[in-house]
Design a protein around this ligand. Structure first.
Ligand code: UD1
Length: 338
């Protein structure tokens, strides 16, 4: 029996494929390659020394999904496929509702039709909106201020309704904080389309000279140095949390929700300084006004995942930066370098 990984060619999906293969699981991967590269999967196969079928298909394509479920016995699904740009979701809301929400509905229908009722869903700390306090616990209220966030809130709600209607489902919803870094091999990593909106890929591109400086968005937040604070988590730690979540589904039916974060907040300036250590020279940056829509501080209370999954992040900022830097220097133009 295999695990179906949707969005397996993407940044987090490709790292998940690698760790699941290393743990001995058989995989089937589906990805529409809209924001990802088949080259990532070629490298995953190489790194793991194992093969798996890949289907270039869109999860919204019910006929294609039906063929995939019919082609291999599937026992569970790890669902990464989705769009993730906040700004794009504001300008193209229907694209986000369609890809993320409608796509998940097609997937859930196909899972139901094929008797597959084990799911690990890729949610986000974005569901907490602007939290009233930090650290953020799973029982904090959910709220979303843009279509991307609302798509995650909606899918979580849908999963809740599904489990209530049919208690035999086993579902884990994992709320990611800020995934960064790359596999220690430097062979797979984050390869954003166009100019990155997220801090870490932007820093690495400044460090290789693609942009002149990092814009520090906001220096007057009520944080220790005035810049935004986030819970950066190494992508390998994050995907290992999925392996633990899948194990947890063995324990019994129902819906469980966990934060995947380190429990440690780092500011934008601390992140830039950590990168300077990894790169060995200063990273040019400019102090600028706040970016609309950003919150001052968001970091996890990861105690529930530690207690119930036996999982915790072990890789610190230095390793996140060193691994992101290795990926960037080995692949200055991402997968297009190959
Ligand atoms: C963003 C999304 C979040 C999504 C996550 C996915 C927004 C408002 N939030 O999180 O919903 O789940 O990406 O990875 O877009 N910063 C700079 N300069 C930059 C870029 C960022 O100073 O060029 C700062 C931001 O103000 C923030 C921190 O760096 O304080 C992290 O930003 P980013 O990497 O974009 O992540 P989030 O905004 O936390």
């Amino acid at each position: 029996m295999a695990i179906l990984i949707t969005g397996g060619a993407g940044y987090i999906g490709s790292h998940a494929c690698l760790e699941f293969l290393k743990a001995g699981h058989d995989l089937v991967v589906v990805d529409n390659l809209s924001n990802s590269h088949e080259e990532a999967l070629r490298r995953v196969r190489q790194l793991a020394g194992r093969d798996f079928p890949f289907h270039k298909a869109d999860i919204r394509d019910a006929a294609a999904m039906k063929r995939i479920f019919a082609s291999t016995p599937i026992e569970s699904v790890i669902h990464f496929a989705g769009l993730k740009s906040v700004s794009e979701s504001v300008s193209k809301p229907l694209l986000y509702w369609d890809n993320n929400v409608a796509g998940t509905i097609v997937l859930l229908h196909q899972m139901t039709a094929h008797g597959v009722k084990r799911l690990v869903f890729s949610s986000s700390c974005t569901v907490y909106g602007d939290p009233a306090s930090v650290p953020i616990r799973e029982d904090f209220p959910v709220s979303a201020v843009n279509a991307y966030g609302m798509s995650k809130v909606t899918i979580e709600r849908m999963l809740h309704d599904l489990v209530r209607a049919d208690p035999s489902w086993r579902i884990a919803s994992l709320r990611y904080f800020n995934p960064v870094g790359a596999d220690a091999s430097g062979r797979i990593g984050e390869d954003p389309n166009g100019i990155p909106a997220n801090l870490v890929p932007y820093i690495t591109q400044v460090a290789v000279g693609k942009h002149p400086f990092v814009s520090v968005h906001g220096t007057d937040y009520p944080t220790h140095d005035g810049t935004g604070v986030r819970d950066y988590i190494h992508v390998t730690d994050l995907v290992l949390g999925h392996l633990k979540a899948l194990d947890k589904l063995e324990a019994g039916p129902g819906l469980v929700t966990y934060n995947l974060g380190t429990g440690k907040g780092s500011s934008v300036l601390e992140m830039i300084h950590a990168f300077e250590k990894a790169v060995g020279r200063p990273i040019p940056h400019r102090l600028l006004p706040r970016r609309p829509g950003d919150v001052a501080e968001a970091w996890a209370d990861p105690a529930l995942a530690r207690k119930e999954l036996g999982w915790q992040a072990t890789r610190g900022l230095d390793q996140m930066c060193a691994d992101a830097w290795r990926w960037q220097t080995m692949n200055p133009n991402g997968y297009a370098t190959a």
